[in-house]
Design a protein around this ligand. Structure first.
Ligand code: SF4
Length: 433
C-alpha cells in the first residue's frame, strides 16, 4: 500500500492551535492493546487479566511476558476454539467455567478483567454483559470489568487507556470539598513513592494514584478532583474522568528533569502553591538528576534520532532527547496526536522538524533508510531488519517496561538511548558496521 499524506504543515511548533502534524494512513506494525496487561498486572496486585481470545493472543502475552515463567502470573487466556468461532458452543458457559477455575485456584483475587480480543469481537461476544452477569453471580465478592485489547486499528498502550476508562464508572463519588490530586497512569511503585513524597513536601497532601496497587482501593472522584496525567496515552480515561466532574491540569509529562519539574509546577499551580515553595522542595532531587544526566549528554549530543509511531510516548521523549540531551530529531512519528493531552508539550517541541501522526510503514522505512539517523526508536518487529542494515535502534516497548518517569530516573532514561550507540562503538570492527 502506498503512503498517503492527508494534511501537512510547516512542522514549526509554537502553540497547540498552530501545530498540526502531517497525517499518514497506511500499513501499521504495532503490538495490540493486550500488551498493556504486562505492566498493568504488575501494578494492580489483586487483579487477574483474563484474555478472551485465540492461541495467537495467548502466544503474544506469553512472549511479551517471557520473564514470568517461574512466577504464578495473574493473566491468562480463555482460548476460543473452532467450535466457539463457528458459533457451535455457548461461549458464556465456557467463560463461566474458566472464571470458576481461576477463582478456585486464586481465591484472593478481587477483580477480574475480561479482556476482549480480535476473535472475541469478530464473533461479537458481549463481554460487557458477561462482566455484569458474573459480578451479580459472585455477588460483589469479585468485581468483573471488561475492556478491549484488540489490535487491528489500535496501538499497544491503548490497552491501558481502555482498561482505566472502563474502570472509571466504578470509582466512588467524592463528596469532600477538599481539593484532591489524582495522578493517572500506571507508574512503577518506586516512582509512585518518590512522587508521593515530593507532593507532600510541596504541600499537596491529598494525592491518589489511579491505578493504585489494589483494585479494591479505588480513588473517589468528583468536582474537586484535579487530574494530572502521568502517561500521555490516556485521552479516553481523561475524558471519562472529566465526565465525572474532574478537572484536567495541562502539564508536560514527567519525563526528564525539565518535564518532571514542569509537571510538579503545574500541579502546584492548580493548588495555589507558590513557585518558590515548589523550587525549594525540588532543588535537591533536581540537582542530583541534572548531575547524573550530564554524564550521558556528552554521549548523546549531536546524534540524530527518528521515532516511528508506536508507543504514544514519542512527543515527550523527543522533547527530552532534543532539549535535555542535545540530540537532533530527524522525524517524529506518533500513532495519535491528542491536542488536549499534549497541550503543554507542544510549545516545548523543537521547531522545523518533521512530525507525523498515524503511520504508513513502507514510506516511513524508506525515509529512515534515506536519512540514516544515528538512532531509530521503533517497534520490536521493525528493529531487527533495521539493525541488519546497520542502523541502530531502541525498542519503544522497553520504555513502558522500565521506570522512566521522575528525577531519579532521568539518567536511566538517557542510558536507555545511549546503550545502542555505545554497543555500536564497541562492535565497530564487527560485521554490523
Ligand atoms: Fe489477539 Fe488481535 Fe492482539 Fe492478534 S492483534 S494478539 S488476534 S487481540
Amino acid at each position: 500500500m502506498s503512503g498517503e499524506i492527508l494534511a501537512s504543515s510547516s512542522g514549526v511548533a509554537t502553540a497547540v492551535g498552530q501545530f498540526q502534524p502531517q497525517q499518514e494512513r497506511g500499513q501499521r506494525a504495532v503490538f495490540c492493546g493486550l500488551t498493556s496487561i504486562i505492566w498493568m498486572h504488575r501494578k494492580i496486585q489483586d487483579a487477574f487479566f483474563l484474555v478472551v481470545g485465540s492461541r495467537t493472543c495467548a502466544h503474544l502475552i506469553q512472549s511479551a511476558a517471557g520473564v514470568m515463567i517461574f512466577a504464578e502470573p495473574r493473566f491468562g487466556t480463555a482460548i476460543l476454539g473452532d467450535r466457539d468461532l463457528a458459533g457451535m458452543a455457548d461461549c458464556n458457559e465456557e467463560l463461566d467455567r474458566v472464571v470458576a477455575q481461576v477463582l478456585d485456584r486464586r481465591p484472593e483475587l478481587k477483580t477480574i478483567f475480561l479482556v476482549g480480543s480480535c476473535p472475541s469481537e469478530v464473533i461479537k461476544l458481549d463481554l460487557d454483559n458477561a462482566a455484569q452477569r458474573l459480578s451479580r453471580e459472585y455477588s460483589g465478592g469479585v468485581r468483573f470489568v471488561s475492556f478491549s485489547g484488540s489490535g487491528i486499528e489500535t496501538t499497544f498502550t491503548q490497552g491501558e487507556d481502555s482498561c482505566l476508562s472502563a474502570l472509571t464508572p466504578s470509582l466512588p463519588q467524592r463528596e469532600s470539598d477538599q481539593p484532591q490530586l489524582l495522578v493517572v497512569g500506571t507508574l512503577p511503585d518506586i516512582v509512585e513513592d518518590q512522587f508521593r513524597r515530593l507532593f507532600l513536601q510541596i504541600g499537596i497532601d491529598c494525592v491518589e494514584f489511579f491505578p493504585g496497587r489494589s483494585s479494591t482501593d479505588l480513588p473517589a472522584v468528583g468536582i474537586n478532583t484535579q487530574v494530572l496525567l502521568a502517561q500521555p496515552y490516556l485521552g479516553e480515561t481523561l475524558r471519562a474522568l472529566q465526565g465525572r466532574g474532574a478537572h484536567f491540569i495541562p502539564a508536560p509529562f514527567p519525563v526528564g528533569v525539565e518535564g518532571t519539574a514542569a509537571w510538579f509546577h503545574a500541579a502546584a499551580s492548580a493548588f495555589g502553591i507558590t513557585k518558590e515553595r515548589v523550587e525549594a522542595s525540588l532543588e535537591a532531587p533536581k540537582a542530583r538528576a541534572i548531575k547524573a544526566l550530564s554524564a550521558y549528554r556528552d554521549e548523546l549530543a549531536g546524534r540524530r534520532f527518528a521515532m516511528l509511531p508506536d508507543s504514544q510516548l514519542e512527543i515527550p521523549l523527543a522533547r527530552f532527547l532534543s532539549r535535555e540531551c542535545d540530540m537532533t530529531p530527524v522525524e517524529i512519528g506518533t500513532p495519535y496526536f491528542d491536542a488536549t493531552v499534549m497541550e503543554a508539550e507542544i510549545p516545548l517541541l523543537p521547531a522545523n522538524v518533521s512530525w507525523i501522526e498515524g503511520q504508513d510503514l513502507d514510506p516511513a522505512l524508506s525515509r529512515i533508510r534515506e536519512t540514516r539517523p544515528d538512532l531509530t526508536v521503533c517497534g520490536l518487529g521493525i528493529a531487527n531488519p533495521l539493525e541488519a542494515e546497520g542502523l541502530r535502534t531502541k525498542w519503544s516497548i522497553e520504555l513502558l517496561f522500565s521506570p522512566i518517569q521522575g528525577f531519579e530516573q532521568a539518567a536511566d532514561l538517557a542510558e536507555l538511548f545511549a546503550r545502542p550507540l555505545r554497543r555500536e562503538a564497541k562492535l565497530e570492527v564487527g560485521a554490523w558496521s
